[in-house]
Design a protein around this ligand. Structure first.
Ligand SMILES: NC(=O)c1ccc[n+]([C@@H]2O[C@H](COP(=O)([O-])OP(=O)(O)OC[C@H]3O[C@@H](n4cnc5c(N)ncnc54)[C@H](OP(=O)(O)O)[C@@H]3O)[C@@H](O)[C@H]2O)c1
Length: 357
């Protein structure tokens, strides 16, 4: 028996990626879908048409058959009695009420920031901080809910936290400076105008930098006495939007406590590839990290299909002369795959294995 799941925000950029990530899933079956009043009542194929009637399918490839004629519901029409899990992909203000309503009855896995900064809410990345999932039990008790809300990080935090984890654990990363070059799809289906981003770079993404700082410290923190103690790491960042469709690239400078030779970095990531706990989960990539010696990598067009968007690519690893001990590197992480929808499905698989769903 597959677990019955609903996708909320199913017509959006992340929602569409959920539709694809859950197509023929061995453990989960999409049985209900919802979006705003604008789309409710329509067949999915009609709900994703733009103002001129053109099907706006942003994922690439064919639209899965199972979804085409499914009816888009309102939030109130979702029947929680016939569900085991909710995937939520709506913007954070609307998400707050929607996720609260559903978590009273069911587990909710969210790509929004609505709950990320609450004390009894972990920000989970499968393979990086799985042990923090225990906080979901505290959350359930604290709030007297039958379910819980488990948010993913912001898609820019994801690649940074994933690549910092081995450096933090093994070499004591203590200061980080990052500049992101973020994809257009990260802004959602109406977030970035074509005229604004073509032949341009936008040097500011509202609220993004603060999210990255807070979330990185929480994800790399430790669960202690029913709370997460933030990691002792300082993060500074500049987030920019660039004319790339999918996938965020980040330039990172890290100061470490222990000396790290760039030539050891590859071994460190390869070692983590063996130790990371996602193996055997249906959405897990074969390689969690891809390490490039070629200084012309990573590039969005070359990396975004690797591991079906679930592999984090690292390159340009060099000694950083500004610090006594430290490195600089570039990373690539797919914002809609590992950074949101497919990462959320991977999280659901991890929590299912832990018998939390
Ligand atoms: N895009 C990314 O790469 C990315 C990555 C990580 C996290 N996130 C987060 O994921 C969430 C979704 O982002 P997105 O990029 O997919 O946004 P989006 O393209 O703007 O889609 C938003 C979705 O939410 C629905 N919606 C809006 N208001 C609603 C309401 N009141 N009730 C029910 N449904 C409502 C929309 O339905 P209609 O079509 O009917 O308007 C649409 O399906 C956001 O919180 C975002 O910050 C996005």
């Amino acid at each position: 028996m597959k677990k019955r799941v609903a996708i909320i925000g199913v017509t959006g950029s992340v929602g569409q990626e959920f539709v694809q990530s859950l197509n023929n899933h061995p453990w989960f079956e999409v049985t209900q879908i919802a979006a705003s009043e604008r789309s409710a009542g329509k067949m999915y194929l009609d709900a994703i048409r733009d103002a001129s009637g053109i099907i706006a399918w942003d994922v690439g490839g064919e639209i899965p058959e199972y979804i085409k004629s499914m009816k888009v519901l309102t939030i109130d029409e979702i029947n929680v009695q016939e569900l085991d899990l909710i995937f939520s992909a709506v913007e954070s203000q609307a998400a707050r009420d929607i996720e609260t309503k559903f978590a009273k009855d069911l587990p909710v896995i969210s790509t929004s920031s609505a709950y990320r900064y609450e004390e009894d809410v972990p920000i989970l990345i499968p393979g990086i901080n799985d042990e923090q999932a225990e906080l979901l039990e505290t959350q359930k008790k604290n709030r007297d809910w039958k379910g819980w809300v488990a948010p993913l990080p912001n898609c820019t935090t994801t690649g940074l936290a994933i690549t910092l984890k081995p450096l933090f654990e093994k070499y004591g990363a203590k200061k980080v400076m990052m500049t992101s070059m973020q994809a257009i799809s990260g802004g959602g289906k109406t977030g970035v105008s074509a005229m604004g981003i073509t032949d341009n770079i936008l040097p500011y993404i509202p609220k993004e930098e603060n999210k990255v700082k807070i979330e990185t410290r929480k994800i790399l923190g430790k669960l202690k006495d029913g709370k997460i103690e933030d990691a002792d790491i300082k993060v500074s960042c500049t987030c920019t939007r660039v004319p790339v469709i999918d996938g965020h690239t980040e330039s990172v400078f890290v100061e470490t406590e222990k000396d790290i030779d760039p030539s050891n970095a590859k071994d460190t990531y390869n070692q983590y590839n063996k130790e990371i706990s996602v193996e055997g989960l249906p959405s897990a990539p074969k390689e969690y990290y891809a390490f490039h010696d070629d200084p012309t990598r990573p590039q969005p067009r070359m990396e975004r299909e690797v591991g079906d968007g679930m592999t984090t690519s690292i390159g340009r690893v060099e000694k950083e002369e500004l610090f006594d001990k430290g490195l600089k590197y570039m990373l690539f992480s797919h914002n809609k795959k590992m950074g949101s929808a497919k990462g959320a499905v991977l999280l659901a698989e991890m929590l299912y294995k832990k018998e939390k769903i």
